[in-house]
Design a protein around this ligand. Sequence first.
Ligand code: AMP
Length: 284
Amino acid sequence: MKRITSVIGLNRILSAYRKQGLSIGFVPTMGALHQGHLSLVEKARKKNDIVVCSVFVNPTQFNNAGDLAKYPRTLKKDAQMLKSAGCHILFAPAVDEIYPPGLDTEVHFSFKGLDKMMEGKFRPGHFKGMAQVVKRLLDLVAPDDLYMGQKDFQQFTIVAHMLKTLKLPTRLVVCPILREENGLAMSSRNERLSADLRSRAALIYKTLKAAKPKLKTMDVREIEKWALQKMRVPDFNPEYFSIVDGYSLKPVKDFHAHDYIVACTAIWAGDVRLIDNMIFKKAN
Ligand code: AMP
């Protein structure tokens, strides 16, 4: 595996691969890698000749300086894990490489309101920053395929919208959520949970699972209230539990009127913010 930190270095190596007609799969991450991230690398290895993984803690998507400072950084271990997973290129740039002074990297397209609800309400500016870094990385890597996790449902929905709106030639491959043994969605932030909270955080997945069958018999808003109530236990503080249309991310009223429905939730476990989701309905 090659470790690259500069845009010029990345350009050089990728253009050589492209000249050989090799396809490129790209996995953007913020590091502190776990099996969930590696499942994306594995998927890319199956489909693409060359797998590029970026590790970059993007400052523009943090609306809270404390959260940015606390974000775990474990580059040495990440590199080892990526090497074992068969990644070909680790791109780990400094902030100045991604955002060089004088370069306008802001994105200019309409989010069509996809950034306003759920995470957008609680993390203002988050998706603008996320779209900015993904667009910049796509410009640099120009992959055939981009791999993202269903774990960040609103994120991949916005990226899919961006690819379509800007007519970018990259295909988005969405990969399933990998979970710990107790059902907690794997996340870099889980490392910051005490053993007790980590074990009790299984409540999130349990609530999602229990809510799903209720959709056929109970009013959607009542299910949301029920789920919030169930997760309001000592040390846990849910921010939202929203049952939304999987395409527009707008609240679902009538179960029958939608063919794609997802429940998304965010909850504080102590001082760690966790998110999770589950697809409740999807027509093939
Ligand atoms: P992050 O480093 O948290 O920005 O995540 C990088 C990518 O890994 C995103 O596309 C995430 O959706 C994906 N990812 C994070 N956690 C998981 C998980 N538990 N299972 C599958 N993919 C994940």
